[in-house]
Ligand binder design. Structure first.
Ligand code: ACO
Length: 426
């Protein structure tokens, strides 16, 4: 076979042939869509460690090299060099916007950032101490009922309107979820502010849109804070077929409303093994409490009989430094002199990093710090509380989820996601 692979079943001597589908970057894939038809067997791959579930043109990761690209552009050329909104435009349109296109996109998003009054009431149904991720996921599902027409999208304009709506409203829902958890009044979006500044404004402002005044009389949101958060949003914007994106695509395959698919993605992201790790990293650093305790916890992390894991370490795909983590580590160093970084937590984090990067256990398993290891300390310096770390991830990732949703829907022959199982019961 010229461009394929042969598999021999040594139980019956039969040989079956399968085509190889070429990628433009990264590993090719064996086309096993008719594997069952040909062999009468399933393939077994729990956790999908060797399975490509779709073709995609959006994001590329080379985990061995520690490389990440959005629409072909390396992340290092985007983060901190283009705004998050430019990156959103890139993911949605496969090209960076011209100044005019960016202006139209920005203006549209600012005007779409408000929530229907009816949705405001939903927050009241949640207890004051509800985690913002629970409220955020529920409110995103509820949003679907306000835009029923998005279930039947046909034209490019329809797709764009649906995508722009969710990207612009998620920060408002996230900020409202947070304010509800504190029992303080919601702050409506301010259309005079950029995407990222507006989010900080909705989080921090006092009723009437007044900002906190410090002893020096300073009341603005600092440029460096906006730049740092904008970079964090960019680094989270997409990450190919991770757990939450796979959930979004699976829900898309059933024909459900796109915002319900996003809500499912939010639920999947919440877990500690995924986006919830950023909150767990800071909780863990606080629990470790002192550089003197680091060795003890490293020992626990290495003990096969102890479920303890170092949060913010390891990744299914990156077997080298997570390129997003590298960018954030640099950003963290830049912020040190300009913002109030928690030096105690920083010291504990640096000691963990130093030990782990030189320890045989972590080296042999390719366990490097991932993006979540660094976001917490930066977000804390931006006065963002722990419970909002994963919602911040959601804000950044919404564009990736919706772009993946659209890509799935535009496929000519998309199938419902329906894996098989290896039955071992009675
Ligand atoms: N601390 C200690 N040991 C670890 C860690 C860790 N953080 N991560 C993996 N290992 C060990 C495992 O115990 C296992 O060891 P073994 O071979 O002796 O059994 C080996 O490394 C491989 O681990 P798996 O769980 O099989 O790796 P997988 O690719 O399935 O999991 C994951 C990746 C979930 C990210 C894992 O590394 C982890 O739990 N990390 C901590 C949570 C975290 O930071 N998640 C954020 C990921 S990035 C994101 O989603 C944005």
């Amino acid at each position: 076979m010229n461009n394929g692979i042969s598999i021999t079943n040594h139980r019956n001597g039969e040989t079956y042939e399968f085509n190889i589908i070429n990628s433009t970057r990264g590993p090719n894939a064996v086309d096993i869509r008719d594997f069952f038809k040909k062999t009468g067997m399933f393939t077994f791959d729990p956790g999908y460690t060797s399975t490509a579930s779709c073709k995609s043109e959006i994001t590329f990761i080379d985990g061995g090299k520690g490389e990440l690209r959005y629409r072909g552009i390396p992340i290092e050329e985007l983060a901190g060099k283009h705004t998050y909104l430019e990156v959103c435009y890139l993911l949605l349109n496969s090209k960076l916007p011209s100044p005019d296109e960016l202006l139209d996109f920005d203006i549209e998003l600012r005007h779409r950032s408000f929530l229907h009054r009816g949705l405001h009431k939903l927050f009241d149904a949640f207890p004051d101490n509800a985690h913002p991720m629970a409220t955020l996921s529920a409110a995103t599902t509820a949003l679907a009922s306000f835009y029923k027409e998005h279930i039947n999208l046909t034209s490019s304009d329809d797709f764009n309107k649906m995508a722009h709506r969710i990207i612009s409203k998620i920060p408002t829902i996230a900020a409202f979820s947070y304010r509800h958890s504190l029992g303080i009044p919601f702050i409506e979006p301010n259309i005079e502010l950029s995407f990222t500044e507006n989010f900080l404004f909705m989080m921090r402002a006092y009723p009437g849109g007044k900002m906190h005044i410090d002893r020096q009389g300073e009341r603005s949101i600092k440029e460096i804070e906006i730049k740092a958060l904008d970079t964090i949003f960019t680094l989270h914007a997409d990450h190919e077929q991770n757990a939450s994106t796979t959930v979004v695509r699976n829900v898309a395959s059933t024909g459900a409303h796109p915002y319900v698919a996003i809500s499912s993605g939010i639920a999947a992201l919440w877990g500690r093994a995924h986006g919830g790790a950023n909150e767990s990293v800071i909780s863990q650093l606080e629990m470790i409490g002192s550089v003197n305790n680091v060795e003890k916890y490293i020992k626990k992390a290495k003990d096969p009989n102890d479920p303890f894991r170092l949060m913010g370490f390891g990744h299914r795909v990156y077997k080298n430094f997570d390129p997003r983590a590298k960018i954030l580590k640099k950003l963290q160093d830049e912020l040190k002199s300009e913002l109030n970084l928690n030096t105690e937590l920083l010291e504990i984090a640096s000691k963990i990093e130093d030990i782990a990067l030189n320890d045989e256990y972590f080296i042999s398993r390719n366990l490097y710090p991932n993006i979540d290891f660094y976001t917490g300390i930066i977000l804390t310096a931006l006065q963002i509380p722990k419970s909002m770390f994963t919602p911040i991830f959601v804000i950044g990732r919404t564009v990736g989820w919706i772009t993946q949703w659209v890509e799935f829907k535009r496929e000519e022959k998309s199938k419902i996601s329906r894996p098989r199982q290896l039955y071992i019961g009675k």
